[in-house]
Design a protein around this ligand. Structure first.
Ligand SMILES: Nc1ncnc2c1ncn2[C@@H]1O[C@@H]2COP(=O)(O)O[C@H]3[C@@H](O)[C@H](n4cnc5c(N)ncnc54)O[C@@H]3COP(=O)(O)O[C@H]2[C@H]1O
Ligand SMILES: Nc1ncnc2c1ncn2[C@@H]1O[C@@H]2COP(=O)(O)O[C@H]3[C@@H](O)[C@H](n4cnc5c(N)ncnc54)O[C@@H]3COP(=O)(O)O[C@H]2[C@H]1O
Lengths: 143, 143
């Protein structure tokens, strides 16, 4: 219901894509598995969790491709010998479950999506740029 | 000047990133070169032009990674033997130079960026989701 979308009152938890619909990988997965998930879904980057379900960061096709570029040529065996944990990006912004969407807008200016976590740092879902742009489009036609 | 941003009056050519600041590759480049450009810039996808400067489509890390996956294992020699033209995506939406930004909003719901072309199909620039989100943020604080 677009009427009720307001940046300062809509909560992140009301808009997010739930974790069960988010493609993710584990810290201890080999890079080959992560590349397969990214290729099958078509996404450029997905969240990473540990074996307890705690959010750890993001892994992207860029991270994996860069790891494969050796000094002289592409070193494919790096895919089998390296883990997600070795190349992922751990320093990414997150949102809290009960943040307002205004905070999401600030983060999404510089990121394609942002992960939403609860007090125990577990991944609850993600908010994407597409979701926000759809709300702006709907609001534009209603006003 | 954010005061003058209105979806129905601001023209695409007023907002776009000019072609001379856009990373691009050529149809006839080997995939290895395209992957290097994507890795060095950090972008997930860039525009492709032909030798006459005509816009041809987009190439992404996904296109290249998928081309490298052979039946059994990653076939690195495909990077040297295949060209941008063999794996790129030719069916992508474009905007005309004098379209209004409202049209850009519709396209950017489903794409990270959109290419802007002139009457001779030459690449004039790109419009990105970041640019649009920045305008929405600025408008939000002004209203
Ligand atoms: N398999 C697919 N089906 C339909 N559309 C697709 C798609 N893959 C990409 N797109 C379109 O391309 C945009 C950019 O995708 P990208 O993979 O760079 O960047 C994506 C991806 O890294 C991540 N993402 C989106 N949905 C996800 C999910 N269910 N699980 C994990 N990551 C997701 O969030 C980023 C932004 O997503 P957003 O929807 O704003 O924007 C997406 C969406 O509009
Ligand atoms: N080297 C870099 N420096 C600073 N920020 C960076 C960056 N690489 C990526 N980002 C950030 O990540 C977002 C997604 O980048 P992505 O490569 O998926 O997707 C990018 C990329 O495929 C393309 N793009 C952006 N600027 C470009 C340029 N100058 N030349 C060619 N392609 C460009 O447009 C898409 C959307 O760009 P947008 O700015 O909305 O959104 C960018 C930007 O906020």
């Amino acid at each position: 219901d677009t009427e009720s979308f307001h940046l300062e009152t809509t909560l992140v938890k009301e808009m997010m894509i739930d974790a069960d619909k988010v493609a993710q990988v584990q810290l201890s997965n080999p890079l080959e598995h992560a590349l397969l998930v990214l290729t099958k879904t078509g996404y450029n980057a997905v969240p990473v969790s540990n074996f307890e379900g705690k959010f750890e960061g993001i892994i992207s096709k860029s991270n994996i491709v860069e790891a494969m570029f050796g000094l002289e040529q592409i070193e494919v065996e790096r895919l089998q010998n390296h883990l997600v944990e070795d190349v992922m990006n751990k320093k990414v912004p997150t949102l809290q479950y009960d943040d307002i969407m205004e905070k999401a807008l600030h983060t999404l200016i510089d990121y394609n999506f942002v992960c939403v976590v609860n007090d125990e740092e577990e991944l609850m879902g993600i908010i994407t740029r597409r979701q926000l742009l759809k709300q702006f489009r709907n609001k534009y036609y209603l006003d």
